[in-house]
Structure formats: structure tokens, C-alpha cells
Ligand binder design. Structure first.
Ligand SMILES: [Zn+2]
Length: 340
């Protein structure tokens, strides 16, 4: 077959600052590197459509094909949506809300579009990069928030009836601050899992700890940097075994595992993939041990090891493989599955 007749499928992952995109062929093989363009989500959806078209043009150019050979698109946004209808604006401009973005972009691009949220997209990416994995997979990623997604066997995402499933960051966990208060969550409530394990939680915890007498000589107290930067620096400290950094990440990991135990009790996914920035650190295996401590505290033993074959795990934990390309890859694979 001449290359001009071949079909390709694009994955477009819309983030707050960049749009990441990638192209796969009919065999779900990646044919381009990740192409990034600026995200203009705060300028409205039409400005974003222009950026998406630019990304499609760049992908086609990289692959040496025409845009018309792209026969289907997978698209994800950092906001709750039901088959493309945006429920709430998150960090998008307000003109997105209530619009059927999937349909509008499909009409503009002239090809079918599949659409979901960013957590689901990354979950699909992690499922499809594990080519030999055929069971279900739960994806959880502590970042600014705590994203999640559940892929069922055969690669179908569990969206829920309204596209609102797997908001894993907002299950409640029974942990309180030292003053007895439940920590405030970005969703407006208190005591959510996300309020303990996200980057936002890390910033709060660092601030609280650095004000204590015991850490008054900690090097982070001598650094003149905003708390956001200190939160990133804490990873380097953990990598060099700093006592404060270890204490903070240990608490985060433990509570994360404790919360995961409830999610695993509900979904029994078999495989849990952990994404987010921690997946890129050199202390991630230590962190995972803390996650497992919290998990084993809360979960029945049967949710970790088989009671019949003691060496067999009923739930396995793995680090993400897709990095920050997982969303774009997941959407390209999903487009190929649905429209190929
Ligand atoms: Zn919350």
C-alpha cells in the first residue's frame, strides 16, 4: 500500500501550559515523537482549537503525511467532562463550560473525536504501553492534585455514567493535622486524600514543619525561595536522605497507601500504576515501601497476597512508564482502537 493511503491516529493531550501530541499508525505504533505547542485554554476554546490544528499540522509534517490521513483523534482536557461536554471550568476559560467540545472539534477537524479527562487519558496510556497486559489497571498520579483512572480488561476506560468516575483525590481519609483539623482540599472540602498527597499538600506540610523549632537550622529555612520551589527542592533532599524530607514523604506515602487500600477494595484492579513526578525520582522505591505500609495497614491481606498461593500477588504496584507523554499516547491509542 502506498504511504499516502495509510491511516493515522492522533492523540492530543491538553494541559494547563502545553498541548502534547503524538501520532500512531494502524498497528498502534508510534510514528512521531511528542510534539508540543502552547496551551491557550485560558483564552477560550476557539483559541485552543487553533493550537490543536497547529499540533495536527506539525504531526503530519513530522510523519511525512497529509493531515487528511489522520482518520481519528483522541482528545483530553484537564476538566471533568461527559462525552465531551465540559462540566466545570477548572483552569479553562469560562466559555468551555456546557459546550460539547468533542462534537465541535470533530466538526472542525472533519474526523471523529474521542474525548475524556486527563487522568483517564494517562490511565489509557499506561495500559497500552504495557502491550502484554490484558487485565484491568488503576492509575493514580499525585501531582498538583491527585489524578486517577480505571481501565477495564480489553482497554476500555471506566468513565461512569456522567464521566465523573475515579475522582480518587477526593475520597476522605481519617487523618488530622496536629491541631486536630482536617486539611483543606482544593475542591473546597476538608480531609480529602488529595489534601495529603499532592504537591499542594507538600507545600503546606513544609511550611508547617519549617516553622517548628526542631527544624530551625534546616537548610531549607536558610533558602530565600518561594514555598513552591522549596517543595521541588524537597525531592533532592529526600534523595540525599535528609531527615525532614524523609519524614514528610514517609507520611505522604503512608496516607496515600492507606487511601489506595479503600480504592483497591472497591475496584480490585490487580495492577496499580503510580504516575506523577515521584515516578521520576531516585527514592521512588523507598517511597513505594511507605505506600505499601499504609496499604497493608488498611487493606485485608487478601488484597495484597493470595491466601492460596502465598507467593502470588493479588495486587501489584508499578511505576508509570509513559512519563508526561502518557496522556497523549493514551489518546492516540484510544483513537486507533475506536476509529481504526
Ligand atoms: Zn477534595
Amino acid at each position: 500500500m502506498a504511504s499516502s493511503e495509510r491511516s493515522y491516529f492522533a492523540g492530543l493531550d491538553i494541559g494547563g501550559t502545553t498541548i502534547k501530541s503524538v501520532l500512531v499508525d494502524e498497528k498502534a505504533e508510534k510514528v512521531t515523537d511528542i510534539v508540543e505547542v502552547r496551551s491557550l485554554v485560558d483564552k477560550g476554546y476557539l483559541s485552543t482549537f487553533d493550537q490543536l490544528e497547529e499540533a495536527l499540522g506539525l504531526l503530519a509534517k513530522d510523519a511525512g503525511i497529509t493531515v487528511q490521513q489522520i482518520r481519528g483523534i483522541g482528545l483530553d482536557v484537564p476538566a471533568a467532562n461527559s462525552d465531551g461536554v465540559i462540566w466545570g471550568k477548572a483552569n479553562l476559560a469560562s466559555d468551555w463550560v456546557g459546550k460539547n467540545i468533542r462534537q465541535l472539534f470533530s466538526e472542525r477537524a472533519g474526523v471523529p473525536v474521542y474525548m475524556t479527562n486527563d487522568g483517564n487519558a494517562a490511565a489509557l496510556g499506561e495500559y497500552f504501553v504495557r502491550r502484554k497486559h490484558f487485565g484491568s489497571l488503576m492509575y493514580v498520579a499525585p501531582g498538583t492534585g491527585l489524578a486517577g483512572g480505571l481501565v477495564m480488561p480489553a482497554g476500555e476506560i471506566y468513565n461512569g455514567s456522567n464521566g465523573l468516575a475515579l475522582e480518587v483525590g477526593h475520597i476522605s481519609v481519617p487523618f488530622r493535622e496536629e491541631d486536630g483539623e482536617l486539611p483543606f482540599c482544593s475542591c473546597g472540602w476538608h480531609g480529602c486524600l488529595e489534601a495529603w498527597v499532592s504537591l499542594v499538600a507538600l507545600r503546606r506540610r513544609i511550611k508547617l514543619e519549617l516553622e517548628k523549632d526542631v527544624w530551625k537550622d534546616h537548610p531549607l529555612n536558610a533558602v530565600d525561595a518561594p514555598i513552591e520551589e522549596k517543595a521541588f527542592m524537597l525531592r533532592d533532599f529526600a534523595e540525599s536522605n535528609d531527615e525532614l524530607a524523609i519524614q514528610i514523604f514517609k507520611q505522604q506515602g503512608y496516607i496515600f497507601g492507606y487511601g489506595l487500600a479503600d480504592l483497591i477494595r472497591v475496584f480490585d484492579p490487580g495492577l496499580v500504576v503510580i504516575g506523577g513526578g515521584l515516578a521520576e525520582t531516585s527514592f521512588r522505591e523507598t517511597y513505594l515501601q511507605w505506600v505499601l505500609e499504609g496499604f497493608e495497614e488498611r487493606a485485608w491481606p487478601i488484597y495484597h497476597r493470595s491466601p492460596i498461593e502465598q507467593d502470588t500477588f493479588t495486587t501489584r504496584f508499578e511505576w508509570a512508564l509513559g512519563g508526561d507523554s502518557a496522556g497523549a499516547l493514551g489518546m492516540a491509542f484510544a483513537a486507533k482502537e475506536k476509529f481504526g
